[in-house]
Design a protein around this ligand. Structure first.
Ligand SMILES: [Ca+2]
Length: 403
């Protein structure tokens, strides 16, 4: 499967792709005024980060929107929830030049010499592309499919090869089990990815709206898997997770893997993952049952407001903030006081936070930026922060001032 990414391929045998389709968006993208002050400021007690806000030319309506990858500090691959790809260069932020822009669809792309992926992306409700990871020319995507040989909903992890102008399907690395039939809320299925070292890929799965399956050995639900990229399969790493649809991040400096997950009513969690550990869902939770549906989880989480007998979160949010993406501030970034600290996004609270770490503990949580529902987040080794919102805004920090 080939997806054409370079603008110079526009109009060559792809009737659905017309440059004019993107012209209005390009105009908007390019209307940044280099005399204007920077758009937003991330405010902390110890530092301030100025940032520029862009509009991404993808329609992901309604949210949840898809993830993105950083190709350099100005070049990005935006991945729409249904498989649309946008490859963009925002220049130096003030001039905001756009080097290349084309959109296509994973499933509708012409098949060149390569293999076609087994099933189309299932993109209804909250389903679609849920997570991505990129190393060199390998793009990994976690996405929903409805299986053809085994009917029902799955999350699969696929590997693609990303070239200058094309995306080639390579192989399927993982398929959740069992297939989920009948009514399902895809928002509880997780699907975040994180590269771990040179040859492993972590995948976090939620309970797929089937909490009774989480603590069983014969399901993938509510578990983190470690996928061996050299072909040695996937192994369960942790279990007992409800809805890790926001953040999974590997801190290469410490070897730590951090996970955020949505609790029920209250009880959003930040977890430090230890191999073999059980994080308790649905037996324990710091949350509470929903008042309009008291029996739904009461059957499972009969020990509300505690975590005894299970691995406890490093911190919890009551009421829930809709805990989403997580990033680790670099250990040698410009704000020394933030070295190795976590950045967290609350999607319900529309706020970005910093979690102040002391060793493996979280001492406090400080808000940095309000007003944006952040769906995906990355940070580079210089401490430049990249944020993507559900309403297709993209925020890149442009400078840091210490206080
Ligand atoms: Ca838990």
């Amino acid at each position: 499967m080939t997806v054409v990414l370079g603008a110079h391929h526009l109009g060559r045998g792809q009737a659905s792709l017309e440059a004019d389709d993107f012209a209005p968006v390009l105009e908007e993208w390019l209307t940044l005024d280099d005399e204007a002050p920077l758009d937003v400021r991330l405010e902390s007690l110890v530092a301030a980060l100025d940032a520029r806000v862009y509009r991404i030319p993808i329609e992901d309506d309604p949210w949840p929107s898809g993830p993105f990858e950083v190709l350099s500090d100005s070049r990005f691959l935006f991945i729409g929830r249904c498989g649309e790809l946008v490859y963009a260069d925002i220049g130096d932020g003030r001039a905001a030049t756009l080097e290349k822009l084309v959109a296509s669809h994973l499933d509708e792309a012409p098949v060149a010499a390569g293999r076609r992926a087994p099933e189309r992306v299932h993109c209804e409700g909250n389903a679609g592309i849920k997570g991505s990871a990129l190393r060199d020319d390998r793009l990994y995507l976690a996405l929903h499919v409805r299986g053809e040989s085994a009917p029902g909903l799955h999350i699969v992890v696929r590997e693609y090869r990303l070239g200058d102008n094309e995306l080639q399907y390579e192989r399927e690395l993982f398929r959740s089990f069992p297939p989920i039939e009948g009514e399902v809320s895809e928002e509880f299925s997780g699907g975040r990815l994180a590269l771990v070292g040179d040859r492993r890929l972590a995948l976090a799965l939620g309970d797929f709206d089937r909490p009774e399956m989480v603590q069983r050995d014969d399901t993938a639900m509510g578990k983190v898997f470690m996928i061996d990229l050299a072909g040695d399969g996937a192994r369960e790493y942790t279990r007992g997770h409800r809805s890790p649809s926001g953040g999974l991040v590997f801190d290469a400096a410490t070897g730590q893997l951090w996970l955020s997950e949505h609790g029920p009513r209250g009880g959003d969690e930040i977890n430090l993952l230890e191999p073999g550990a059980n994080y308790g869902w649905p037996v324990v939770s710091y949350g509470m049952p929903y008042p309009n549906d008291p029996q739904r989880y009461a059957r499972y989480a009969h020990r509300w407001q505690q975590h005894e007998g299970f691995e406890k979160p490093k911190t919890s949010f009551v009421p829930s903030i809709g805990l989403g993406p997580v990033a680790v501030y670099p250990h040698d970034g410009p704000v020394a006081a933030w070295a190795g600290h976590l950045l967290l996004a609350g999607m319900a609270s529309n706020t970005l936070y910093r979690a102040h770490r002391e060793g493996d503990s979280i001492a406090y949580v400080e808000p940095l930026l309000a007003g944006y529902r952040i769906r995906d987040m990355r940070i580079d080794s210089q401490g430049t922060l990249f944020l993507k919102t559900d309403d297709q805004r993209f925020i890149r920090t442009e400078g840091t001032a210490l206080r």
